[in-house]
Design a protein around this ligand. Structure first.
Ligand code: SAM
Length: 269
């Protein structure tokens, strides 16, 4: 369900896009409700006529939107408005429209609170956050533990997470770029010891890194999943290696769709 503030834009936005000279080359429109304001991203398959760019910009300014344009093969660039961010408590996480962010802010906050609770954190913990994105779990974790190491496959997101930690004055969070389909045994972070692990993979799951997680000796593992099938498959690796399923929960992250967010807590026997 789209937020009210984004829904309210749709009629005028539709009229605007339909009236553009280049309406047939508009391939993708994205709206995000950020805490810096509403974000509009328009992607086109060819360059728009300058009149169209001006009309879109005027619409964005009139509606106080943060407006990004991504034309042809160019990268998305911000035409007007501030850097978007979302807040988690007193932390602010900057993002760009192409970044992965959790789509449902209310459920995201509940999910983070539950993950932190299930990990039973204390200030001696060294936590590994696999598939960390721009630091959605890593930053709230870092505020409560000794150190956090976040691992992410998209380099831009690793930079974003690093910048987000610095902006929030968290010096105990480090981020590394890695493909988690591969065995991390020879990486810097793979040789370190982490007593708690959180993982939040994409729909494909985390099969490649599960043997590492299962052999890590971590006391607690929280697995956040948007695909129950891969969660069930990957859980087997933990269950076969001395972990017990202690808690299982579902969150309605994607209302009015068939998709479901699940969380599972595994505890070392
Ligand atoms: C469901 S998102 C979760 C991101 C973050 N934990 C959050 O809550 O916003 C999954 C993340 O895994 C990353 N990812 C996907 N495949 C990966 C891989 N093979 N290796 C490392 N990261 C990967 C994606 O870029 C994405 O940031």
């Amino acid at each position: 369900m789209l937020s009210t503030e984004l829904n309210a834009l749709l009629p005028d936005l539709y009229t605007l896009l339909d009236g553009l000279r280049g309406r047939r080359i508009v391939g993708h429109v994205e709206l995000v409700a950020s805490d810096a304001g509403r974000v509009l991203l328009v992607r086109t398959t060819k360059k728009l006529h300058e009149d169209d760019v001006q009309r879109l910009t005027a619409f964005a300014e009139q509606n106080s939107l943060i407006f990004y344009l991504q034309q042809e093969d160019d990268a998305a660039s911000r035409v007007c408005g501030e850097q978007p961010f979302y807040s988690l408590g007193n932390q602010a996480l900057a993002f760009e429209p192409q970044d992965f962010i959790q789509v449902n802010a209310d459920i995201n906050e509940k999910m983070i609170a539950q993950a932190l609770d299930w990990l039973a954190l204390d200030d001696n913990d060294t936590v590994l956050d696999l598939f960390c994105g721009l630091g959605n779990f890593s930053l709230p974790l870092a505020a409560q533990v000794k150190s956090v190491v976040g691992i992410e496959g998209v380099e831009e997101m690793v930079s974003r997470a690093t910048d987000n930690a610095a902006r929030n004055a968290l010096s105990n969070a480090r981020f590394y770029h890695a493909n988690l389909e591969l065995d991390p045994a020879e990486t810097v972070w793979g040789k370190e010891s982490h007593n708690k692990i959180l993982l939040d993979p994409a729909r494909a799951g985390a099969l490649g890194v599960m043997p590492y997680v299962a052999q890590s000796g971590a006391e607690r593992v929280v697995y956040v999943s948007c695909n129950p099938a891969t969660l069930a498959r990957d859980s087997q690796v933990l269950l076969e290696n001395g972990y017990k399923l202690a808690r299982l929960g579902m969150l309605d992250m994607f209302p009015h769709t068939g998709h479901l967010e699940s969380m599972a807590l595994f505890v070392k026997d």
